[in-house]
Design a binder for this molecule. Structure first.
Ligand code: FAD
Ligand code: 2HG
Ligand code: ZN
Length: 459
């Protein structure tokens, strides 16, 4: 990169916010898992939408590619630039939204709030809570994951069974296009059918179509009270049977998460309390709300389910019960001796038991070393398939074997984390050729120079 463009970028955002020293850069060039590292000439940290627009205009004029980074908690390598040699362009910046953390006033009547792209999920939720509302998106990375990141990945998370994915929380959006123009569709209207759903298109675009600068999120009304129950269960199907039984009794399912004995052992090793005393192949966490006698209704529903060995319940938020579930990702990262093979798939609900059986034996069937830890948002058919200690040389084979099972069961190779760099080679497993051509046409129309997150999504 020529000093000229670095100087011009510094003129836009201030010299202190164009980072070029190797030590500070390094923190932006490796992803959360440590599996993905890249190279960039600078990290640029704008404060406002206008500064983002000016940065992108300069980059477009000089053919500089831009990797957009929010909280850098993404799990598919999309938040870091390409490694040396992978990039179709020779110069790259990381555009970090870390300074774009403003929150607008909460519209308590219209139940919505504007958030700058770098505002964290936790900050948005706390802001909403101070007005008696909640953010409908929640995930264990809440203190770091950002508004821009959850929209760009269309994150799911633990409340998806109740409120839907991030796309369904987006009422309006502001974004800078690849040529530096500002697109703003900003309306709190619940019904507004004028043309294409561009906010919906940017949700899940993984930084490849535009830089999201601000989001108008719908907010939800929190339940008056919730009950969190954790059950030791013998059968995966008991989870979906209980979700159905609870719903029939008028309970609202706020979250439904499955874990395995191996996962509970692992998080216990790293300090989480075992939520239930009885050993069992699976542990199921269900959080419900409702009017009237919620606990009684929940235990009545549980009584009708075969294969439940023990249950404990606490009033929400029951953070100690949740801890066993929420510390899985971190415990896996600490325990694995090789880069974890981390896959995020979904299958039809009816196929969940078979999927658990088949994913568990993938390394053994291949004759490959690998400790399976499976868990996930079971009510959404979403399984997080992690294999620890897999020799690097076997990672590809293990991934292919999992995706073969997914294809066989009619599932998806990306439930909620996106495609990023990690799964770009397999996008054809999830979409037809015509579908991919249509997506590429959109990409080319909005980013003809392929400057935004090259290598992400399409490889
Ligand atoms: P980053 O990691 O910085 O970026 C992710 C992608 O979004 C990249 O492609 C990046 O280029 C793009 N992007 C970021 N900001 C912008 C922007 N302003 N404009 C355009 N593109 C942008 N994910 C789930 O779906 N559900 C979960 O339950 C969940 N739990 C997690 C728990 C842990 C402990 C961890 C570490 C991760 C978890 N994740 C989960 C993954 C991750 O938190 C989400 O993908 C999250 O949405 C990423 O947000 P971020 O701000 O960190 O984005
Ligand atoms: C979760 O649900 C995240 O906790 C992370 O999506 C999943 O670590 C994983 O595989
Ligand atoms: Zn998840």
């Amino acid at each position: 990169m020529t000093p000229t463009i670095l100087q011009r970028l510094a003129d836009v955002v201030g010299a202190a916010h164009v980072i070029t020293d190797d030590d500070t850069l390094a923190g932006y060039l490796a992803d959360w898992t440590g599996r993905w590292t890249g190279v960039a000439d600078a990290v640029v940290r704008p404060r406002t939408t206008e500064e983002v627009a000016a940065v992108i205009t300069l980059c477009a004029a000089d053919g500089v590619s831009v990797c957009v980074q929010g909280g850098n908690t993404g799990l598919v390598g999309g938040s870091v630039p390409p490694a040396a040699g992978d990039s179709p362009t020779l110069v790259t910046i990381v555009l970090s939204t870390a300074r774009m953390t403003d929150l607008g006033d909460v519209d308590a009547t219209g139940r919505c709030v504007g958030a700058q792209a770098g505002a964290t999920v936790a900050a948005i939720d706390r802001h909403a809570a101070s007005h008696g509302l909640r953010f409908g998106i929640d995930l264990a990375a809440r203190e770091s994951a950002t508004a821009g990141g959850v929209v760009a990945t269309n994150a799911g998370g633990i409340r998806m069974i109740r409120h839907g994915n991030t796309r369904s929380q987006v009422l309006g959006i502001e974004a800078v296009l690849a040529d530096g123009r500002i697109l703003r569709r900003w309306s709190p209207l619940i019904k507004d059918n004028v043309g294409y759903d561009l906010p919906g298109l940017l949700a899940g675009s993984e930084g490849t179509l535009a830089v999201i600068t601000e989001v108008l999120f719908a907010l939800v009304t929190p339940p008056a009270a919730t009950t969190v129950a954790v059950l030791a269960i013998d059968r995966v199907a008991a989870t979906t049977e209980l979700i159905a039984a609870a719903s029939r009794r008028g309970l609202i399912v706020e979250a439904a998460e499955i874990m395995t004995a191996a996962g509970i052992d692992l998080v216990h090793e790293y300090g989480a309390r075992r939520p239930v005393a009885e050993p069992a192949p699976f542990t199921f966490l269900i959080e419900v709300s409702g009017s009237g006698t919620v606990d009684e209704e929940l235990f009545a529903a549980i009584e009708g389910i075969d294969g439940v060995r023990g249950a404990v319940a606490e009033p929400g938020p029951a953070t100690a019960l949740w801890a066993a579930r929420e510390t899985h990702t971190e415990s896996i990262a600490r325990s694995t001796t090789t880069p974890v093979v981390k896959l995020d798939v979904s299958v039809p609900i009816r196929a969940l038991p078979e999927a658990f059986d088949r994913f568990t034996v993938v390394p053994a069937d291949l004759g490959v070393q690998g400790r399976p830890i499976l868990f996930g948002h079971v009510g959404d058919g979403n399984i997080h398939v992690n294999y620890l200690d897999v020799p690097c040389a076997d990672e590809h084979r293990v991934t292919e074997a999992v995706f073969a099972v997914v294809a066989d069961l009619g599932g998806s190779i990306s439930a909620e984390h996106g495609i990023g760099r990690a799964k770009a080679a397999w996008i054809g497993l999830g979409r037809t050729d015509v579908d991919i051509v249509a997506m590429r046409t959109v990409k080319t129309a909005l980013d003809p120079q392929n400057l935004l997150n090259p290598g992400v999504l399409f490889g």
